[in-house]
Design a protein around this ligand. Structure first.
Ligand code: ZN
Length: 478
């Protein structure tokens, strides 16, 4: 029997909570809705790391960041490529006779081995409003859409595994830089979204020190220190705009697929590498923390072998590390040994989720200027986190506190749940050979000094002070 195709569509920095498919009533994403309608979506999917490069290397190879060795985005904490000895999604599917092609954002540190990757190109397009400036993130997507459409229009009938890897809504990071400090509140001409239920952050004293000082380790949080609540509503309007740009590009790819004779024989997969804080706790973008907005992502399938479901598949969390084994299971290929995810293909076909005690996520550092390793363990109800720097712990009962407003780790009423989650955390360290508890952290006192509150941050953050000594590739050393 002829192999069926797989089309994987990736977005960058898209939290599940932003999508109509997961209950959002503001966003307009008709094309992502086309994937979700008549498909199956997982309710609680977590990224292995809420940062681009470590997440991407991990989900393309099916193992955790501490196993890939890719723990940062680079600069003062450079990383080596994924060792050749690890199988990757691309290497397994190309060996099985699929044409494996990738268009768009890579940032994979070797995780895309086995794919033929098109060159990343930028095609400049205009901003539609001064309120929503565009940068290379959007320019790359323009090229990714054109390359993807061209492939679908010209490719013959050999089975393919294709990835269309979009950067938006990641353009929101550049938006913060463009409107840092005093925001000018340019009217975008759309109703401003409401602030989220967890915008106020009155529990900051009760959080791990690395979370308390995200403003000192993350330039995007430092840049927002002077923002007013209204500014965050502009931030959200911009976020939805960049999401709509991604959605329009996805629509172009879906239209090109629909014209192919084998469209019905193509499995669609949609997800994001990690989320965005979306103003929760007064936070912008993502760094250090594992809150739902940044760690939980959409994960949607549609096509042959997928039983359409109106309700999201819930009851247990899943992980982006399940991508690799699930596609193997779906295609009838053996799942390589040592992968940390599970094959969800039976659940996609209408069965129930495989039993698992937990899924995990990891944090190390973005650029190496502060290093604050953390771990997150999620079971069916609770989320537990642990940070090395101060041994800080968090516990959230996501049934009673879905917006993570109260850290219950120090609440005697949650003693039993805390002990159980600590047990799962130790199980994770043991099962995956995680050296977490012996890892070093690095945070100069000056990045841990001001009165608590992200809005009390003054001046630059660690990467803004130290970054010139470790320039981006292509940037001149000052
Ligand atoms: Zn600060």
């Amino acid at each position: 029997m002829k192999k069926k195709n797989i089309l994987v569509i990736v977005t960058d920095q898209l939290t599940w909570r932003a999508l109509p498919a997961y209950g959002n009533t503001y966003a307009k994403t008709p094309n992502i809705d086309r994937i979700a309608d008549g498909g199956a979506r997982f309710d609680s999917c977590y990224t292995p790391c809420p940062l681009c490069q470590p997440a991407r290397t991990a989900f393309w190879s099916g193992i955790y960041p501490h196993e890939t060795g890719v723990l940062s985005n680079g600069r003062a904490f450079p990383v080596s490529d994924l060792p050749e000895s690890f199988p990757t999604l691309g290497s397994v599917f190309s060996a099985a006779g699929y044409e494996t092609v990738h268009f768009g954002k890579r940032h994979d540190a070797g995780g895309l081995r086995g794919f033929t990757c098109a060159p990343e190109e930028r095609i400049e397009v205009p901003a539609v409003s001064d309120a929503w400036p565009v940068n290379m993130d959007t320019f790359f997507d323009e090229s990714t859409a054109r390359q993807s459409v061209n492939y679908l229009e010209t490719h013959g009938d050999a089975p393919f595994l294709m990835v269309a890897d979009f950067v938006n809504p990641h353009n929101i990071c550049g938006w913060v830089g463009a409107f840092k400090d005093e925001h000018t509140d340019i009217d975008p001409g759309v109703p401003l979204p409401e602030l989220p239920e967890n915008f106020e952050f009155d529990d900051i004293e009760n959080r791990p020190v690395a979370v308390q000082y995200i403003c000192c380790s993350h330039n995007r949080q430092a840049q927002a220190a002077a923002w007013k609540p209204e500014t965050y509503r502009h931030y959200l309007a911009a976020y939805y705009h960049y999401l709509e740009r991604a959605d329009a590009h996805i629509g172009q790819v879906l239209d090109a697929l629909a014209k192919r004779p084998d469209a019905e024989d193509t499995l669609l997969v949609f997800f994001a590498d990690h989320g965005d804080s979306m103003a929760a706790r007064g936070r912008t973008t993502k760094q250090v923390d594992f809150y739902e907005e940044v760690a939980r992502v959409p994960f949607v399938f549609k096509g042959p072998g997928v039983e359409p479901r109106a309700e999201a598949i819930g009851g247990a969390p899943v992980s982006l590390l399940d991508l690799f084994p699930t596609l193997c299971g779906w295609a009838g290929l053996p799942v390589p040994e040592g992968l940390r995810g599970l094959d969800l293909s039976a659940a996609l076909a209408g069965g129930s989720l495989p039993a698992r005690p937990y899924v995990a996520s990891e944090w190390h550092t973005e650029w190496g200027f502060t290093i604050s390793p953390g771990r997150m363990i999620r079971d069916g109800r609770y989320k537990y986190t642990k940070y090395i720097e101060d041994g800080g712990e968090e516990l959230y009962d996501l049934e009673t506190d879905p917006y993570e407003k109260r850290n219950a780790a120090h609440d005697p009423a949650y003693c039993e749940a805390l002990e159980r989650m600590r047990g799962l955390y130790r199980q994770f360290l043991e099962e995956t050979g995680d050296p977490f508890e012996g890892m070093e952290w690095k945070a100069d006192r000056r990045w841990r000094s001001h009165p608590l509150g992200y809005h009390r941050h003054e001046g630059p953050s660690a990467p803004m002070v130290l970054g010139d000594a470790f320039p981006f590739p292509g940037q001149k050393k000052k």
